[in-house]
Design a protein around this ligand. Structure first.
Ligand code: GTP
Ligand code: MG
Length: 436
């Protein structure tokens, strides 16, 4: 493994942590790491990225350790990649390619497979000649597995055509999802977002009791999974699990996962899950926020505070600090983070563990969702002619009636009503006033 951060950058100080993460990625991809090195570079050279001396040194290390692969923590240009491979006489993969490789082996749904294939083809296009030679020379091992493999026997023109077909198909899937969302009963919705391995799926599992896939590997989840939860008080919430983020996430990968992340875009609330026990959690929070911003999910900036969340450009974010069972003094930790995130929650999704903190735990999150549901399901006064028994029955069935009184042949019902039902009532000409 090779790290080569720029001298003086924030990354240069954290090169050890970054290489640890690269090691986990390598492990997830099935590579065995036999050594690591790094160089803080002034500026990457266009030929090798590294300085000539470092390349020579690396050659020696490769021979001593009999490595067959170099994993480069920085993105390499096609030319740098080719030159390094020629100079070192082994396969060289950058972080992007490694992540693509993991995604390819982990994609399960047709949509995820299409998204990964699209990202692979876009990565491949400018590197076509290099990959070609390699695939004919090196078989097996990691790198470019999965859906993209068959596409290699083709030329650029065909790949371009395939890219546009995939894009069109993914748009079709996105339209289909959007229609599904519209057709669904308009429950309040939240999306779990966060750094990979923070515990998003575990939290969904703890909240819903559903059998959600959890693994101590990076990128366990690639598909959006949605569950309807009972959050108490007669309220329900729809919560979606999403793909995790990672630093230096390839741009075209983010772009091709846009459809999956539409669920987050459509959500009323974002639950930003943070691994509180990770020493680098602050950097991870920044990475997640940057990606969300790039996707246009919200623009960071000073937010207004309200109960349980921070309002940022309409999208409400609840910070959920997870893995509380792994940190020593949970109360002190929470006090610390609340200086910056006033409404942060501390949870532990690990089964069996209970966080006694009154506002914390998975149950604390459930009550935040309940409060949000109450806010998202406003109270309205609805006037119903006495003889319209059907409408009255519908109100009692589909909303939460708080009060009913009768004046001059008109029944005034005060109820918590879903936004969809309010719209429907208005369209049918029913008199509706918001507020109790
Ligand atoms: N100790 C402890 N471990 C946890 C907790 N929550 C999750 N984990 C573990 O952390 C690992 C990752 O959990 P996941 O729920 O798969 O994380 P994720 O955020 O969905 O990760 P990706 O899908 O890879 O993005 C698993 O080994 C979990 O068992 C927690 O509260 N405490
Ligand atoms: Mg997950």
């Amino acid at each position: 493994m090779v790290g080569a951060p720029r001298k003086g950058s924030a990354e240069a100080a954290q090169v050890g942590d970054h290489l640890d993460e690269l090691r986990r990625l390598a492990d997830t991809a099935g590579a065995e790491v036999v050594g690591q090195t790094h160089q803080r570079v002034e500026a990457p050279t266009p030929t090798f990225y590294l300085g000539q001396g470092k390349v020579e040194e690396l050659k020696g290390v490769l021979q001593d350790t009999r490595s067959t692969l170099v994993l480069f923590d920085e993105p390499l240009s096609p030319v740098q990649g080719t030159n390094l491979e020629n100079a070192l006489a082994v396969r060289v993969m950058d972080r992007t390619e490694l992540i693509l490789d993991i995604f390819a082996t982990r994609a399960r749904s047709a949509e995820a497979k299409m998204q990964v294939e699209l990202a692979q083809l876009e990565y491949l296009l400018p590197r076509l000649t290099r990959m070609w030679t390699h695939l004919s020379r090196i078989r097996g091992g990691i790198g470019l597995r999965g859906p993209g493999e068959t596409q290699l026997e083709t030329d650029r023109r065909v790949i371009r055509r395939k890219i546009s077909v995939l894009k069109r198909r993914l748009e079709g899937v996105a339209d289909h999802r959007a229609n599904q969302r519209q057709g669904r009963r308009d429950l309040p919705s939240a999306a779990l977002v966060g750094y990979t391995n923070a515990g998003k799926s575990s939290i969904l599992r703890a909240l819903s009791g559903a059998d959600v896939f959890v693994e101590d590997r990076l990128f366990a989840t690639l598909d959006t999974l949605t569950r309807e939860l009972d959050v108490g008080g007669g309220y329900r919430f729809r919560v979606a699990d999403t793909v995790g983020f990672i630093r230096k996430l390839p741009h075209h990968l983010v772009a091709s996962f846009r459809a999956t992340l539409e669920e987050a875009r459509a959500a009323d609330l974002l639950l930003h899950v943070v691994d509180a026990a990770h020493p680098g959690w602050e950097e991870q929070v920044n990475v997640v926020e940057t990606v969300l911003e790039e996707m246009g999910l919200y623009s960071a900036g000073s937010g207004m505070h309200d109960a349980g969340s921070v309002v940022r450009d309409r999208k409400r974010v609840v910070y959920v600090f997870n893995k509380a069972d792994l940190i020593g003094d949970a109360d002190a930790f929470l006090a610390g983070v609340r200086e910056r995130y006033p409404h942060a929650l501390l949870t532990s999704a690990r089964s069996g563990s209970r966080i006694p903190h009154p506002t914390g735990g998975v149950e604390g999150l459930r009550s935040v969702l309940r409060a949000s549901a109450q806010a998202l399901r406003p109270v309205a006064r609805i006037h119903v002619p006495v003889e319209d028994g059907k409408l009255l029955a519908a109100l009692y069935r589909d909303s939460e009636v708080l009060h009913e009184s009768q004046v001059d042949g008109v029944v005034e019902v005060t109820a918590r009503v879903d936004a969809w039902l309010l719209g429907k009532l208005r369209r049918e000409g029913v008199s509706v006033q918001i507020g109790s």
